[in-house]
Each structure stands twice: as structure tokens, then as C-alpha cells.
Write a protein that binds this ligand. Structure first.
Ligand code: URA
Length: 215
């Protein structure tokens, strides 16, 4: 997905440090503890990019030497919404950089018959209409769950929504950007395709299992 086929709102964070750490994460021999640590480190770098255009204002402060007008973030603290369970791996690193952020969680599973997302948990701050909202999920695969999660957040009033995914498939980018063209997508890499089980190829396997050592 390059050139004209790439959606306008797609930001590929292909910084050498991100790519190096991602390669280590993809390696099937990387143990869970290292995988989690790498994800935490990459999420700091992704957080840095997704926060690049947050609104700023000036505030008068006093340094030990003089009074000055200094830039400071404007408005209410942002919200980070983790799509359970793998989203929590990205959430932790984001919070290292933005410790005052509010946090939401959305739990979804895929109905085995209809293949549609089914919501089992939804808890977000009540005033998300007044805050920038960053949705985090390491894997943008089919995009069905993520598109659904964003729809729910918009129903609750969210107006400034940004999506951060470590790895993306072209299918998922297409799905989310068609349904939510206003939502910028930040990702470290776009892989080749999805396999028949909805896994990203070459990908890194099941992010939740690799993170939590459940397989
Ligand atoms: N979810 C994962 O954890 N991995 C994939 O490759 C796709 C979805």
C-alpha cells in the first residue's frame, strides 16, 4: 500500500529504532518477557508521533532566572482506549509518556458463526467528547473489531479519534479508513496480507499469546 493507494490519514512510523525493535518482536524465538518490553518501548515512539499535533497554549511560568511564556498542552487530558486484551501492551508504554491520560477499555470477541465483533466490555470516561481519544491495538488485521470500537466511541461522543497499531494489513487499513476516513492511523509497518485465519503475514503471530505467554 504505497503512493496513490495509501489513505491520506495513514502515518507509517518507520523510524530505525521502531523497525529494529519490531524485527526482534517478529522473531518467533523472542521470549514473552522480551516481547513485552519491546512493545512497551515501541509504544513510546508511536505515542510520540500520535501526539505530535496535540493543541498547545502558552502559560506564564517562572524559571529560577526569569518569567517566561512557555508552551503547554491545551485542554483536557487525552484518553487512551485499549482494545482488550492485546491493546494493554501498547497502553502501558503510552502511559509512560502520558501518565495523566484517562483510560478506557473495550472488550470484543469474534462471533464464530457471524464472524462479527461482539462486545463484552465497554468502559470509557464520560466526557470523551471533550478529549482527544487514542485507540490502541497492536494488530490491525481485518479491521472489523477496530472499526466497531471506533463506531462505539463515536456513539459516545468522541470527535477526535486517532488509531495506533503496531502492525497493519492492507485489508484492515482499507476497512478502517473507508468506515472512518476522519481517523488517522499510526502504524510501524504494513505487511503483505491476511491468511485464511485472519492472521497478518508475515506478521508476528498472535500478539496476545506472545505477550502473555498463553500458547
Ligand atoms: N491478531 C493477532 O494477534 N495477530 C494477527 O496476525 C492478527 C490479529
Amino acid at each position: 500500500m504505497t503512493g496513490n493507494s495509501a489513505p491520506k490519514n495513514l502515518v507509517v512510523v518507520n523510524h530505525p529504532l521502531v523497525l529494529h525493535k519490531l524485527t526482534l518482536m517478529r522473531d518467533k524465538n523472542t521470549p514473552s518477557a522480551v516481547f513485552r518490553q519491546l512493545l512497551r518501548e515501541i509504544s513510546l515512539l508511536l505515542a510520540y508521533e500520535v501526539a505530535r499535533d496535540l493543541p498547545m497554549t502558552m502559560q506564564t511560568i517562572e524559571t529560577p532566572l526569569a518569567e517566561m511564556e512557555a508552551p503547554i498542552l491545551k485542554g483536557k487530558k487525552l484518553v487512551i482506549v485499549s482494545i482488550l486484551r492485546a491493546g494493554n501492551g501498547l497502553l502501558e508504554g503510552m502511559l509512560d509518556l502520558m501518565p495523566s491520560a484517562r483510560i478506557g477499555h473495550i472488550g470484543l470477541y469474534r462471533d464464530p458463526v457471524t464472524l462479527q465483533p461482539v462486545e463484552y466490555y465497554f468502559k470509557v470516561p464520560t466526557d470523551i467528547d471533550e478529549r482527544p481519544v487514542i485507540v490502541v491495538d497492536p494488530m490491525l488485521a481485518t479491521g472489523n473489531s477496530i472499526a466497531y470500537a471506533i463506531k462505539r466511541l463515536k456513539e459516545k461522543g468522541a470527535r477526535d479519534v486517532r488509531l495506533v497499531c503496531l502492525l497493519s494489513a492492507p485489508e484492515g487499513i482499507k476497512r478502517v479508513s473507508e468506515e472512518h476516513p476522519d481517523v488517522p492511523i499510526y502504524t510501524a509497518a504494513i505487511d503483505s496480507h491476511l491468511n485464511d485465519h485472519g492472521y497478518i503475514v508475515p506478521g508476528l503471530g498472535d500478539a496476545g499469546d506472545r505477550m502473555f505467554g498463553t500458547k
